[in-house]
Every structure is written in C-alpha cells, then in structure tokens.
Write a protein that binds this ligand. Sequence first.
Ligand SMILES: C[S@@+](CC[C@H](N)C(=O)[O-])C[C@H]1O[C@@H](n2cnc3c(N)ncnc32)[C@H](O)[C@@H]1O
Length: 205
Amino acid sequence: MNINEKVKRRYNRISGIYEIMDKMIKEEWRFNLLSNIAGNVLEVGIGTGANLSFYPTHTKSLTGVDFSPRMLKHARDKVAKGHFSFPIELVEADIQSLPFPDDSFDTIVSTCVFCSVPDPLSGLQELKRVCKPDGQILMLEHMKSDQKWVGTVMDLLNPLTVRLWGANINRETMNTIEHSGLLIEKDKHLMGSIFRELSVRPNKS
Ligand SMILES: C[S@@+](CC[C@H](N)C(=O)[O-])C[C@H]1O[C@@H](n2cnc3c(N)ncnc32)[C@H](O)[C@@H]1O
C-alpha cells in the first residue's frame, strides 16, 4: 500500500472520533484566521468541516477538498444541516494534484493539514498553482519546535503520533513553505513556535 493510501485509510478510520480531536485548535484561532478571507475560497483538507461555522457571511463561495471520503461525509452532514449564506461544494480530491485550473481561488485555507499530507512540498506547490496571483493562503499549522530539545522530543514521539492520529509533529513546515516558492507575509506564534497562524502569498510574477 502506498503512503497516500495509508494516510487516507488512517483518516477514514479516525473520522468518527475526529470531532473530539479537532478541539486541539482553539475556536478563537479558527475565527481570527477566517475573518481575513476574501472572495472565492478553497479549503484544503477540510476534514469533518470544523471550520465551516467560522466562515464570515461575506464569503463568496467555498470549495472544500479532502481525500478521505469518511471525513468528508461529516463535512457534508454539517453543510446539509447548516444555514450558509454562500454556496459550498465539497470535492473528494488529493491536495497533491488538485482538480482545478491555475489561478482559480482568491483565498486558500489550510488548518492542521500539512502535518499529514504525504508529500507536503508538492501539496504547497499545488496551492501556489491554483491561487490567483493577487490571492492569499491562510494557514493554522503545527510544526517542529524551534527549541532544540523540544524538537528532539518531538522527533522521538513522531512515530507514535503518526500511528495514533496520522499527524507528523516534527515537520519543518516553514522550510517547506519557503522551498515551495511561496512568500510568508505573516508568522504569528500561537503556542511557542509549534502552532502558528500564517499568511502566505503565491509570489507569482
Ligand atoms: C488533521 S485533519 C484536519 C482537518 C481540518 N482541517 C481541521 O482543521 O479540523 C487533516 C485532514 O487533511 C486531510 N488530508 C491529508 N492529506 C491529504 C491530501 N493529500 N489530500 C487531501 N486531503 C488530505 C485528511 O484526510 C484530514 O481530513
């Protein structure tokens, strides 16, 4: 079984309990991040739709993608039960090869996603491709601590967290973002250097 299939299966398996785990992200963090959105939005790794109730009414449209059908089912239930003032489309798709043309979206959102995307560099390059040149990418992501000893502990615990809930806790996501050619405009530390709110530009000439 390849790594994509493994991660997908893991999220299918934990989809039933994910509603408890998504509390790891404070509601206030989700609210603050999403208050900055504009225009047509793509949310990657939408999961069970934990962000849905935080989208402001000025959202023009929302497309949510995830490669786990079971996680998406929870998001679909929330869309069916909620009263949203903007159109929402949910698509089963892989972030590493998004089924959208270049320059499609004004805002792209990812919350706690790049800890689990099997090849984060190709995922970030896809975000860059489908983001409009004057668009923005808003992220809430956790990553390996900048503090050496904490980072070492995270390295040691990583095999366990991957097995338990599919998340790598020792990804060096800031390096990967820079490597992908994206431009980091805002880097706010929410929990030491581990949890961050980021605002990133596609940096297309
Ligand atoms: C930790 S959950 C976060 C869910 C949601 N964003 C939140 O804030 O609660 C990560 C999600 O990313 C999805 N995911 C991981 N890699 C993916 C990929 N390559 N393509 C699409 N979805 C992916 C998983 O299926 C899972 O639903």
